[in-house]
Write a protein of this length. Structure first.
Length: 387
């Protein structure tokens, strides 16, 4: 099978294989402390994802033997198109319901970082260099001042990452959306011999954790549910700490790792500085979902004993909503936006390059022979993921 048809509730269904298109279904959730009580129909979403894949895969034969023929590769972060000496890589995502909070608070210039992070950091996980991002903004009514702030933030984020924005669309669709929806597609390029090979991961390999800010664009339904129950409908106006509101702290932009990772694995046509085996972009489903996907090909597991702690606002949120620790790690990245897997002998150089490029990174654990993932949580408890 081939697809990157993710079912995007706050717990992400494992994707199928690589394809050239991406279909996501975002569940409207009303969870309080766990997803079991949320009314989210994961099984139906899984079926919908398979249906979407079946229809998309039916198009593959139309390009057989032609430039851009789709590549079948299991459990990828993006779709591959065969362009001869290299692959063209495509991935899609959105800011999710984080944009609703932006409308509530009136802060729009940081969301471009979230949008760029969601797609560029997926693409780089294949070994590809993200080169262009197109985007679509759906709004009930066009406000040029809001568009200016959204696109200004996107332009700033993409310029920092050396990514162009060659195309986009603004759609005024009253009735179809109530606030706004912002989605993007990234195009990347990778030489065929530079595609990352997670199947080469072995026990004893090192796992580096790259620090993130508060929350990426995942888990906002749970964030909103906890805070609205505690503080009411306008929870985003309530003070979190030191004069900063809950709304402002939760809109802290995502850290984008793409450019820094490319300093390790090399941009297109540039030499590899550090031979990375696998990358896990920790978004929906958290470390259990995303690291498990990368380790699946090798049959290995992991022991993570020294992860970055989650931001203080997230620990406050967890206490406020009595969110179980395992649920938190299955929903948010808990302060760890990207995991890098490589041989121990290359770890120090990788850490130096990442630090030089503005990323906080440290050795967080090791790859293990056992297939389970063991996490020493922020509260010193142990989270064990076996499936």
């Amino acid at each position: 099978m081939a697809a990157w048809f993710s079912v995007q509730s706050e717990v992400t269904i494992e994707p199928f294989n690589h394809v050239t298109l991406s279909y996501g279904f975002r569940y409207p959730t009303s969870v309080m402390t766990t997803y079991k009580n949320s009314g989210v129909d994961i099984r139906e979403g899984d079926r919908a994802s398979m249906i979407a894949y079946t229809h998309a895969a039916s198009t593959f034969a139309s390009r057989k033997g032609m430039i851009g023929e789709p590549v079948f590769e299991k459990d990828g972060y993006a779709g591959f198109l065969d362009m001869g000496a290299y692959f063209l890589v495509q991935s899609d995502d959105s800011t999710g319901s984080k944009i609703d909070l932006a409308f509530d608070v009136g802060i729009f210039d940081t969301l471009g970082y979230d949008l760029t992070a969601m797609v560029a950091d997926d693409a780089v996980c294949t070994g590809a260099e993200p080169i262009a991002i197109s985007n679509t903004i759906d709004v009930p009514h066009i406000d040029s001042k809001i568009i200016d702030r959204l696109m200004g933030g996107l332009a700033k984020a993409c310029t920092e990452q050396k990514i162009a924005v060659p195309a986009g669309e603004i759609a005024e669709v009253p009735g179809a959306v109530t606030r706004g929806v912002w989605s993007a597609t990234v195009i990347g390029i990778v030489a065929k011999d530079r595609v990352l090979k997670p199947e080469t991961i072995k026990p004893g390999d090192v796992i580096l954790a790259l620090r993130d800010n508060v929350a990426r664009s995942n888990g906002f339904s749970l964030i909103r549910a906890v805070l609205s129950k505690a503080h009411g409908k306008e929870w985003f106006k309530k003070e979190w700490k030191d004069g900063k509101t809950w709304g402002a702290i939760m809109l802290t932009p995502s850290v984008i790792y793409s450019a820094a990772i490319l300093e390790l694995i090399g941009r297109h046509g540039k030499p590899v500085q550090v031979p990375v085996k696998g990358l896990a972009h920790i978004t929906g489903g958290g470390i259990p979902s995303k690291l498990k996907r990368v380790l699946k090909k090798s049959g290995c597991g992991a022991e993570l004993t020294d992860l970055w702690p989650p931001h203080e606002a997230m620990t406050d949120l967890i206490k406020l909503g009595s969110v179980p620790t395992e649920e938190a790690y299955r929903t948010w990245n808990m302060g760890n936006g990207m995991l890098v897997i490589l041989e121990e002998k290359h770890a120090q150089k990788a850490l130096e390059l990442l630090t030089k490029n503005g990323i906080q990174a440290k050795q967080a654990g090791m790859v293990t022979k056992e297939s389970s993932i063991r996490i020493r949580a922020f509260d010193e408890s142990e989270v064990v993921i076996t499936a």
